[in-house]
Design a protein around this ligand. Sequence first.
Ligand code: HPA
Length: 254
Amino acid sequence: MKASELNPLSYGVIAGTGAMDLFSPQASYVVTTPWGDPSSALTEVSLGAAEAPMTAWMIQRHGNPHRIPPHRVNYRANIHALKQAGVEHVIAINAVGGIDPSLKPGDLVLVDDLIDYTWGRAHTFSDDASQPLAHIEFARPYAGRMREKLIAAAQSANVAVHVGGCYGATQGPRLETAAEIKRMAQDGCDVVGMTGMPEAGLAREAGLDYASVCIVANPAAGLEAEPISLEALHAVLDQSMAKVAHWLGHLEAF
Ligand code: HPA
């Protein structure tokens, strides 16, 4: 089916595979788009345990089961499907490494800028002569009202969040070298992740209000003497998702 046939919901969430269970999933719908298949079905979820919880359409970015690597995510289909399902405001949940040494595993960051180091990804809807060529303004990639709503919700949920920071988007799926992280720090990046782009750019092209909630899973490569432990990284993400769910539970309607 097409996402335009679904009940329109103004909030959309793009999250990792483990996140779904925390948001009381309801019905799921497999949809198709002119850009191919989204990473997962669209699932109606509840944001929080309030008396009248907000509902949202959720997509699992890496599929279910978790198989789609960051460079193979069909970001265009995911954004198109959310737009067709009536979504206006998107909350992206992204795992990151902390480059700023003050960031600790389990910290939450609401980034306000990005640098794109990815390559070869299908990164625009403006891709051939059949569509009008659209240049988007992107100086402030996360400038919309969604981010402001999240700041207010963090205060009312009493969740500590670092407000501001620059997201460096790398190609993955490997983690970075110590020298790459040193260069990214010099460039001004505070966190590093593999999925922030082209998602944020496509959301802007589609006219969606997009914010990224980053969960610091580990100190970035080379910041500690020991190599990054992938087991520890996944454990931090699992623990921190509950904090994110509590936070999103305090979102108010637009
Ligand atoms: N680098 C890139 N992506 C990540 C990291 C990292 O250190 N941790 C979690 N996602």
